[in-house]
Design a protein around this ligand. Structure first.
Ligand code: NAD
Ligand code: UDP
Length: 330
């Protein structure tokens, strides 16, 4: 049977021109789904989806999800990945970031309800704020400043989780909540501003590595393809799996360790410069993955070492092509 003769699922990916979204669109197309990518191109780029645009079954709608969206025809699944994820990016227009999480979630939940589609929310480890217990389990309610520079993102994502829960209960929509921990990989924008992209770009261009604070804060880094496996498995779970599930990699590294690894892997002799730690920057972060392992029968497979080996060549190619660089090295 050819692809067109098969009953094809029709999947909407909001934020589909971003780092994770574009790779998800590609995976869904390869799996035989039709994909509608919706993005306002705020932090995403057309270049991320240019190779997909000639594939049968792919369509792109430039749209801001803070505005209700009409889509003709059937939709089976909606992934809501629309939201800038990098702290410097989401802090540029904090009111819009909050609107994206709250109004955007409402609009997409309404669409899911109208179409009878299941819907997955890309939530975040940021809902735990600066956690006072580690590793973070889904039962931990977090330590979030409601009035700080990160609040637009953290509180927006928290409110979106509430909306997902309540739409499930009140309207019977099948909802999924993925609490995603720091994810990296090929496809990240060089000017994204997050730590993995900054350090690699700085190292390969011979600019100083910018550590904020003393580098003792920790993060757990997940390779993008491990995350995509988990997101697709979570989407396929029974209706009852509507509770939040942590997704990430539970290896924990200090930011100073990450800098050392990146310098060694790139063969760079760049210096390290230290600057003050941003307000409310979480001191430690590591997912408890017990629930994901049990419910999804999934395990992150790619170590930081192997994931960086996949990612560094991507940034070398971007640098060669003269793609946008972060201000810290420009
Ligand atoms: P990204 O910034 O590369 O992608 C986000 C995409 O959403 C971009 O294409 C952007 O243009 C689009 N977008 C933003 N606001 C929009 C709006 N109002 N309407 C339509 N499109 C909009 O970020 P990413 O790393 O790919 O993250 C994807 C999702 O996963 C985000 O929701 C993020 O909060 C979540 N997440 C990511 C990580 C991570 O480490 N990558 C961690 C936790 C959560
Ligand atoms: N960080 C850093 N240098 C950078 C970018 C980030 O030291 O150039 C630190 C940041 O202060 C934080 C950690 O790296 O402690 C992860 O930052 P990122 O922005 O990637 O994601 P976060 O988990 O903070 O949302």
């Amino acid at each position: 049977m050819t692809r067109r003769e098969r009953p094809v699922s029709r999947v909407l990916v909001a934020g589909g021109a971003g780092f994770v979204g574009a790779r998800l669109c590609a995976r869904l197309l390869l799996n035989g789904s039709d994909v509608i990518c919706v993005d306002n191109l705020q932090t995403g780029h057309i270049s991320n989806i240019s190779t997909l645009e000639c594939m049968p079954g792919f369509s792109f709608i430039k749209h801001d999800i803070t505005v209700p969206l009409r889509v003709n025809g059937r939709i089976d699944e909606i992934y809501n990945l629309a939201c800038p994820a990098s702290p410097p990016r989401y802090q540029i227009n904090p009111v819009h970031t909050l609107k994206t999480s709250v109004l955007g979630a409402l609009n997409l939940l309404g669409l899911a309800r109208a179409k009878g589609a299941r819907i997955l929310q890309a939530s975040t480890s940021e809902i735990y704020g600066d956690p006072q217990s580690s590793p973070q389990t889904e039962g931990y309610h977090g330590n979030v400043n409601p009035v700080g520079p990160r609040s637009c993102y953290d509180e927006g994502k928290r409110a979106a989780e509430t909306l997902f829960r309540d739409y499930g209960i009140q309207h019977g929509v099948t909802t999924k909540i993925a609490r995603i921990f720091n994810t990296y990989g090929p496809g990240m924008a060089p000017d994204d501003g997050r730590v993995v992209s900054n350090f690699i770009i700085q190292a390969i261009s011979g600019n100083p590595i910018s550590i904020y604070g003393d580098g003792s804060q920790t993060r757990s880094f997940c390779y993008v393809d491990d995350l995509l496996d988990a997101l697709m498995l979570l989407m396929a779970t029974p209706h009852e799996v509507s509770y939040p599930v942590n997704l990430g990699n539970d290896g924990e590294f200090t930011i100073a360790e990450l800098a050392k690894i990146v310098l060694a892997k790139t063969g760079s002799t760049a210096n390290i410069i230290y600057s003050p730690i941003p307000v409310d920057d979480p001191q430690q972060r590591r997912p408890d993955l017990t629930l994901a392992r049990r419910v999804l029968n999934w395990e992150p497979k790619v170590t930081l070492n192997d994931g960086l080996d996949q990612t560094i060549p991507w940034f070398r190619a971007q640098l060669k092509a003269g793609t946008r660089l972060p201000e810290v090295v420009a």
